[in-house]
Write a protein that binds this ligand. Structure first.
Ligand code: 48H
Length: 256
């Protein structure tokens, strides 16, 4: 016999127990694209209480779409070892260019991150941050459906020692801080510099350099790092995203 109410109770109890344990944590990541998933994997693997809020239903951000919906991505030599580490299969297309299935890549990153202990909450949007003593102390969240329906419903707050903006091109968390904090971002102009046009080689290099703290206790990774610090875009080469996620985790681990 299968009792429907038992199914309901199992789901509600399991989710609420997990959510309650997440109200205070070490690190909160915004965005489950490749950089956010990688950051979450390395942080959780080292035992830091890490959670990730993702606006969408599915994970991976811009990764599963590959290049114009051809579900393949390219990864360069510098990040080849990460493909191996995550168990992602690939083929060498030309020396130094590896091509991988973007769906497999998304699945492998997600699987490894969750198994390492990263708590992922999908369908939730970060709509604000908590700022105390001029440093970021956590995030303010709401259901993405509330946001989409433009309903006036108050949010909930989750505290953490560090917040990582992995929201991709729109760099939403840094943008909220820029708009609301009254303080300056740690960029040359004190504001968001804005993403520049396509230049894959420079972009991949700058993604790494731009992966850093942008406001006390707020770090940027992936495409958000380039958008905040004024780096160019790079199209469907994803090594920089993977490496940036790893780098931000290493910086944060050092700080914690
Ligand atoms: C919760 C949010 C919020 C919010 C957004 O865009 P992403 O895949 O981000 P990255 O930086 O890991 O990867 C970038 C890559 O996919 C890409 O776009 C590349 C390489 N482009 C090159 C080019 O030339 O165009 O993922 C960001 C995720 C998405 O899933 C969003 O839904 C999510 O963040 N998100 N989640 N609260 N406020 N804002």
């Amino acid at each position: 016999m299968i009792e429907e109410t038992v199914i309901s109770k199992a789901i509600i109890e399991s989710y609420i127990k997990d959510l309650l344990a997440s109200v205070e944590s070490d690190v909160i990541i915004g965005g489950a694209g490749p950089s956010g998933l990688c950051a979450g994997y390395y942080l959780a693997q080292k035992g830091f209480r890490t959670l990730l809020f993702e606006r969408g239903l599915k994970l991976g951000g811009g990764l599963p779409g590959g290049g114009i919906m051809f579900n393949r991505i390219v990864v360069q030599d510098a990040a080849k070892s990460m493909l191996d580490e995550f168990g992602i299969s690939y083929q060498e297309y030309q020396p130094g260019y590896y091509v991988a299935n973007s769906l497999e890549t998304t699945a492998c990153l997600t699987n490894k991150a969750i198994k390492a202990g990263l708590r992922i909450y999908n369908l939730i949007s970060i709509e604000d941050v908590i700022v105390r003593e001029k440093s970021v102390n956590g995030v303010v969240i709401n259901w993405s459906s509330v946001e989409l329906a433009k309903l006036h419903i108050d949010p909930l707050s989750f505290k953490s020692k560090i917040v990582i903006d992995a929201t991709g091109h729109p760099c939403e968390i840094a943008r909220i801080v820029e708009r609301k904090s009254g303080g300056k971002l740690l960029t040359p102009s004190g504001k968001i510099e804005g993403e520049k046009s396509m230049w894959a080689e420079v972009a991949e290099q700058l993604t790494m350099e731009n992966t850093k703290e942008v406001f006390p206790n707020l770090y940027v990774t992936g495409m958000a790092a380039n958008a905040v610090f004024g780096g160019p875009r790079m199209g469907p080469i994803f090594g920089g995203m993977l490496l940036s996620g790893k780098k931000v985790a290493e910086i944060v681990i050092d700080k914690l």
